[in-house]
Design a protein around this ligand. Structure first.
Ligand SMILES: Cc1cc2nc3c(=O)[nH]c(=O)nc-3n(C[C@H](O)[C@H](O)[C@H](O)COP(=O)(O)OP(=O)(O)OC[C@H]3O[C@@H](n4cnc5c(N)ncnc54)[C@H](O)[C@@H]3O)c2cc1C
Length: 478
């Protein structure tokens, strides 16, 4: 479909829908929309290789326009790829088979802020920080705080089931969504019931959370808000032993002391990341905890949690490092602290129950470090998003001197991922907790789901009969 008469016919039909100002086929735009933030396409471009590019980039401004675009795509059987901020790290928005990139950022309106029910209804292409600033003016917050809030869109956070820094108290993005407007792959526009917690049939709207654009477009969402907290207490604790630190976190959660954050760094992260960013010289497992809301309740929750830490040998480092961590919590992800090419890196984040998490951590670390000792691979991790029943483990592997050749680098990257994901699945973990599956983890979906996989495939086929929606992602379309 690169050129020729059909290309032009489709282009003129797309123009009819969005207008000539909101469609692009320039080589520059095609290049920009060929890579998201995942390592694979970034490395590929860095090594002078070319990527699959989209045939068209369109910027619709409404669900009705998206519906009309889908009619055209179904007629010609052209892939359609939703694009939010392009900040995804899994290759979820890559146009691997060409097709139409649908950039959603013109759907950026705030429709209603309900200060009584504490909800906001907004279009899905709004950038998260812009939504946050608007609700902040009313003393409210949307407590989904990903490190990418300045570039990620609301729909882009819901589609891969994202998690933010304060999820331990407030939940994942999917826990805050009350209802959604969705455009199905066949073009129908559907709104789910305004009230999410009911017993009027199955909770089908959750299907679109985690679908990453393979089952349609999220075009609008009503989200639960919270009051901006009157108090935010932060504190740092140092443990000699990772095991004891994990047990402290578990006890704080199972006793429901309600921290908004527990960030526990393994000793290697403490040494290489925490010390570097904050200028410390600490050894051990470094933990930051936070409690917010009513000052009296937050103080009591903090006190009870500190008692648990102290009984398990945690050394209280006081408030200042905790507050410093909060101030610099995103530094880790941005220049000059972020990981950069030509290094090879990957974030293998997983989640499992408390009875398995420590074994999983050691098994994955051993498999990656020993399996790729020749490449001097480093493996560091931290435990962030805590639940009543378990915790998320965010690991990174880093190779400072990877192969120069793009093919060889990609092969090594894939092999390390295979090793890491095998260790994760063999030890009871999920292949992912919040970055989504995208292209990178697609190949593991069948194994992850086993007997349930044909059910998911059947759903995909029923909802997207022509297979046009984001093919090759979330394990679909192979
Ligand atoms: C520096 C940095 C820090 C990050 N920190 C976090 C973090 O703390 N927590 C976290 O969860 N993630 C984080 N991420 C990953 C990424 O930002 C999130 O996954 C984010 O939610 C993606 O939003 P986006 O709008 O950029 O989506 P995109 O990258 O554009 O798209 C992601 C996927 O969702 C699909 N999609 C996008 N919009 C829609 C829609 N409206 N309807 C249907 N499908 C859609 C796309 O097709 C694609 O498959 C980080 C990324 C970076 C680069």
């Amino acid at each position: 479909m690169r050129q020729g008469i059909q290309h032009e016919m489709v282009r003129s039909e797309l123009e009819e829908v969005v207008g000539t100002d909101f469609i692009s086929v320039t080589e520059t735009d095609k290049l920009i929309y060929s890579a998201d933030w995942s390592w694979m396409p970034q490395m590929w471009l860095d090594r002078g290789q070319s990527l699959a590019t989209p045939d068209y980039i369109v910027h619709p401004e409404s669900a009705a326009e998206i519906s009309a675009l889908l009619e055209i795509a179904n007629k010609y059987r052209i892939p359609v790829i939703p694009w939010g901020g392009g900040s995804g790290t899994q290759g979820g928005a890559l146009p691997i088979y060409g097709g139409i990139i649908v950039d959603l950022k013109r759907l950026d309106k705030i429709i209603e802020i309900d200060e009584k029910s504490l909800t906001v209804t907004a279009e899905a292409g709004i950038i998260l920080s812009q939504l946050e600033w608007a609700v902040n003016e009313k003393g409210l917050t949307l407590p989904h705080y990903p490190a990418s809030a300045n570039c990620a869109t609301l729909g882009g956070c819901l589609a891969p089931r994202g998690t933010g820094t304060i999820s331990t108290k407030y939940g994942k993005a999917e826990d805050m969504v009350l209802s959604m407007e969705v455009v199905l792959p066949t073009g129908e526009i559907m709104r789910t019931p305004a009230v999410p917690q009911h017993a009027s049939g199955p909770d089908f709207f959750r299907l679109f959370l985690g679908s990453e654009g393979t089952l349609g477009f999220i075009t609008e969402a009503t989200m639960q808000l919270d009051y901006l907290p009157a108090e935010r207490l932060l504190r740092a604790v140092l443990f000699d032993d990772l095991s004891k630190a994990l047990e402290a976190g578990r006890q704080i959660m199972t006793n429901r002391f309600d921290p908004f954050v527990i960030r526990l760094y393994d000793p290697d992260s403490t040494r290489t990341r925490v010390n570097k960013i904050h200028g410390y010289e600490l050894e051990g497992a470094y933990m930051v905890m936070g409690f917010d809301g009513d000052p009296d309740i937050a103080a009591l929750q903090e006190q009870k949690s500190m008692e648990i830490c102290s009984e398990l040998g945690g050394k209280d480092l006081g408030r200042e490092p905790g507050e410093g961590w909060w101030e610099h919590r995103y530094d880790f992800y941005y220049p000059p602290q972020n990981l950069k090419l030509p290094w090879m890196y990957g974030t293998t984040e997983t989640v499992t129950t408390y009875d398995k998490i420590e074994n999983l951590y050691w098994a994955e670390k051993k498999a990656v470090e020993e399996g790729y000792a020749d490449w001097n691979v480093k493996f560091i991790g931290h435990f962030s998003h805590w639940f009543h029943w378990g915790v998320m483990l965010y690991c990174r592997f880093i190779v400072e001197n990877p192969p120069e050749d793009a093919q060889e680098a990609l092969r090594l990257h894939n092999r390390i991922w295979n090793t890491a994901m095998t260790a994760v699945m063999e030890n009871g973990g999920m292949i992912n907790e919040h970055h989504g599956v995208g292209l990178k983890l697609s190949r593991f979906m069948r194994r992850q789901y086993g007997d349930a996989w044909p059910f998911l495939l059947g759903l995909k086929k029923a909802i997207d009969p022509n297979g046009i929606m984001n093919p090759g992602k979330v394990g679909f379309g192979f």
